[in-house]
Design a protein around this ligand. Structure first.
Ligand code: ATP
Ligand code: SKM
Ligand code: MG
Length: 193
């Protein structure tokens, strides 16, 4: 039985860097009284090094392989709220696994996403010379993939994490009622924007 009592496994939170997956995911878990897990944090703990170091030492492909394995293991044995890394949905195998789960897509506009992520070197993909152009390219490429896996889409611009979490919970409840508790029976995403 999953975190909302509807489906097995965790409620999964996806979205671009800075969309608030970690921040809102924690609020969602608190409201549901369940555990929170974060794929980026689990990868760093498992590897004993930062994501920036993994990218620098082993490259992005190696990071993606670790990420895919880490997520598969947690999807199978965690029942709380689970925030994925921003690029986790690039993996076709991960997207296929997410079909069995309730997935909240936190959307963010380019200006706000760039503002929230700043120039932090903790996000190696955005650490280049033109983070604005990089962020736009990333959003353009990934938006269809976030939407492919999403059960609910919630816009996060100009809203507090509490407000976003409440909207996500309303959407999840609505979906469970209309689909008899199984997100895979109705693939259409409910957009709460
Ligand atoms: N709704 C919001 N309004 C304003 N600021 C926010 C909101 N949600 C998150 N933030 C801020 O934006 C920054 C990024 O948030 P957070 O780390 O939760 O994003 P993330 O999606 O987990 O990013 P990443 O993909 O890098 O893990 C943080 O400084 C956080 O405090
Ligand atoms: O958007 C991305 O591709 C990434 C986002 C972060 O959450 C980390 O998983 C890593 O920096 C890669
Ligand atoms: Mg995060």
């Amino acid at each position: 039985m999953g975190a909302t009592g509807g489906t097995d496994g965790p409620i999964v939170v996806v979205g671009p860097p800075g969309s608030g997956k970690t921040t809102v995911g924690r609020v969602l878990a608190e409201r549901l009284g369940v555990a929170f897990a974060d794929a980026d944090a689990d990868i760093e703990a498992g590897q004993g090094r930062t994501i920036s170091d993994i990218f620098a030492e082993d490259g992005e492909d190696a990071f993606r392989a670790i990420e895919e394995r880490t997520i598969a293991a947690t999807l199978a044995d965690h029942d709380g709220v689970y925030a994925l890394g921003g690029g986790a949905i690039l993996s076709e195998r991960t997207r296929a696994r997410l079909r069995e789960h309730t997935v909240v897509f936190l959307n963010v506009g380019m200006a706000e996403g760039v503002r929230r992520t700043g120039l932090s070197s903790a996000r190696p993909l955005l650490a280049g010379v033109n983070p604005r152009a990089t962020y736009k390219a990333l959003l353009d490429a990934r938006l269809p993939l976030y939407r492919e896996v999403a059960t609910c889409e919630v816009s996060t611009d100009e809203r507090t994490p509490d407000d976003i979490a409440a909207e996500a919970l309303r959407c999840i409840d609505e979906r469970h009622r209309s689909s008899g508790g199984n997100p895979s029976t109705d693939p259409s995403t409910v957009r709460s924007t």
